[in-house]
Design a protein around this ligand. Structure first.
Ligand code: MN
Length: 296
């Protein structure tokens, strides 16, 4: 028998608990994640220049949590831009995000790092792809020195024009050509763009290092149309052992930076604590169930 892979870290996105990440917001997010039974907090790092890495680190350690951070670039700092200064701003912002994560003792940078997170009205250009790849190689090198892996979140066509499927993303990884850049799959986006919930996981294989669990409407797990059973079985097949982070948004918790970009117009839940505890149990139960497939 081969040894089982290490147990994945089960986490929650900060926006489940609060829309503000000042000191008070960080306490709310960290204590919320801890009380719901999670072992990891994913911090949305919309403004890395305004973030206090030491404070973030103290908050997560005080609550016994591991830390990761995510962000989406904007049109102001889009690394697929054909304007060199805009690409530079994006690259610098990502380098700063790495420094904040390193100072906080965090373990991963993920999200829409490869383009702006927005609806584009034109396809990505060759120049844009090349600019994105060059920027990410520079960020990956800096992150590697800090021991922080970088994973690109594959999002649907309304949130990026660069990569919308795992296969697109694998092609972009070849262009980046750096061993510290990996893939981040999100079930919400997969449900929109992929042909099924297993193939992208199997094709990504070892390149898959980060996972978001979200319903088709980003509300309570089990109340939408995502085929989670197939997805968890695929994770089990590739021996996935990276973070698995619950992501859910409601107009009950509003982030000035994120809610409008993501189109969070509806109130799908009101009680963060109940939502989070439910998600934590659902994810752990699903992973426990697929573990027993080794007995079949
Ligand atoms: Mn996501």
């Amino acid at each position: 028998m081969t040894a089982a892979p290490p147990a994945p870290q089960i986490g929650a996105h900060g926006l489940v608990f609060t829309g503000e990440f000042d000191e008070e917001g960080l306490v709310t997010a960290a204590s919320g994640a801890q009380q719901a039974g999670f072992g990891l907090l994913e911090l949305p790092l919309a403004d890395p220049y305004g973030a206090d890495g030491a404070l973030v680190g103290r908050m997560v350690r005080d609550h016994g949590l591991s830390l990761t951070a995510s962000l989406g670039l904007t049109s102001e700092n889009d690394v697929t831009s054909e304007d060199p200064q805009t690409v530079r701003r994006g690259t610098d912002l990502l380098l700063r995000a790495v420094d904040v994560i390193a100072e906080a003792g965090g373990e991963h940078l993920c999200g829409v790092l490869h383009s702006a997170m927005q609806k584009y009205m034109i396809p990505a250009s060759e120049q844009g792809r090349a600019n994105s790849a060059r920027a990410l190689a520079e960020v990956a090198e800096h992150a590697a020195a800090a021991g922080i892996p970088v994973s690109l979140e594959i999002v649907n066509r309304y949130e990026s024009n660069l990569i919308n499927t795992a296969r697109d993303a694998l092609t972009h990884l070849e262009l980046i050509d750096h061993p510290n850049v990996h893939l981040h799959l999100d079930t919400y986006h997969m449900n929109i763009e992929e042909s099924d919930m297993a193939s992208p996981v199997l094709e990504a294989g070892d390149a898959l290092r980060y996972v978001h669990i979200g319903e088709s409407h980003r509300g309570y797990l089990g109340t939408g149309s995502v085929d989670f059973g197939t997805f968890y079985r695929a994770l089990q097949r590739i021996g996935y052992s990276g973070p698995i982070v619950f992501e859910s948004f409601s107009s009950a918790v509003v982030s000035p930076a994120l809610s409008n970009t993501l189109g969070v117009w509806r109130n799908l839940w009101e009680d963060s604590a109940d939502l989070a505890a439910h998600a934590q149990r659902t994810i752990r139960d699903s992973l426990r169930a697929v573990e027993t497939l080794s007995l079949h």
